[in-house]
Ligand binder design. Sequence first.
Ligand SMILES: [Zn+2]
Length: 280
Amino acid sequence: MDWLEKISKIKSWRRGDDYAPHKPLLLLLALGALRQNKELRWSEVNDKLSQLLRKYGGKSGLNPRPLYPFIRLQNDELWVVEGFIGISGDAKKSDLDRVNPIGYLEESFADALSKNDKLFDEIVGALISQFPETLIDDILVDVQLSQVSRQFVRSKRDPKFRHEVLDAYDRACAICGNDIRVGDVTVGVEAAHIKPHAADGPCEISNGIALCLIHHKLFDRGAIGFNENMELLISERVNGIASKSLVWAYDGQSANLPHKLSQKPDLKYLAWHQKNILQL
Ligand SMILES: [Zn+2]
């Protein structure tokens, strides 16, 4: 069985482009449990997957539905829910709450993973590579896979993209203007993808925006975004004393954009981010 090929079909990006991170996050949670030799019961999946979806699920995190992948991942023949085998649609939450069944990775899959560390790392790499780079370390810590080798995490860094975007924005964050350099080296300003590379967002200036580390991470988490006039939108969930000066101070403010029209963000990518990621 080519497990890697099977896993490559579990995408966080459905056809039609919607963001659907439920199954990859459940698989990562299950891989973490396998590594720790722990059982995963519905009650725990319900708690932990809801948290993961709130943090990394973009828009779907506003109303997390862990029930959906818990049962439906069985259709991909990688996952089994004891007592619910053969159920391919949705089960009732009340039934799951009452029975509190164990879910586990399909036996031959778990067996292959236990015998082959390289395969384990490759599978984790393939799943985690579907998420924006700024979130990868946080997700791996949350699913107890922080020790896994990053060798198979596909890098989304395209040096040309970074260079072009930073140049177009005068090497400054489009939101706060942070342009700190050490000598000539820009430190802490990055070329963010508006539509993630993993979701087939292109490495073109019109799908990029220069953001400092903190604004990049908030953007990828769906905590901030832009409307069609490139004015900053902020999720009500953003809080903390420093958020007043670092985030809320820019509420509704227009982003600092390149002058050339061809270098400005394309509205179709911004609309995608607003629909799928931004947690407003
Ligand atoms: Zn910034």
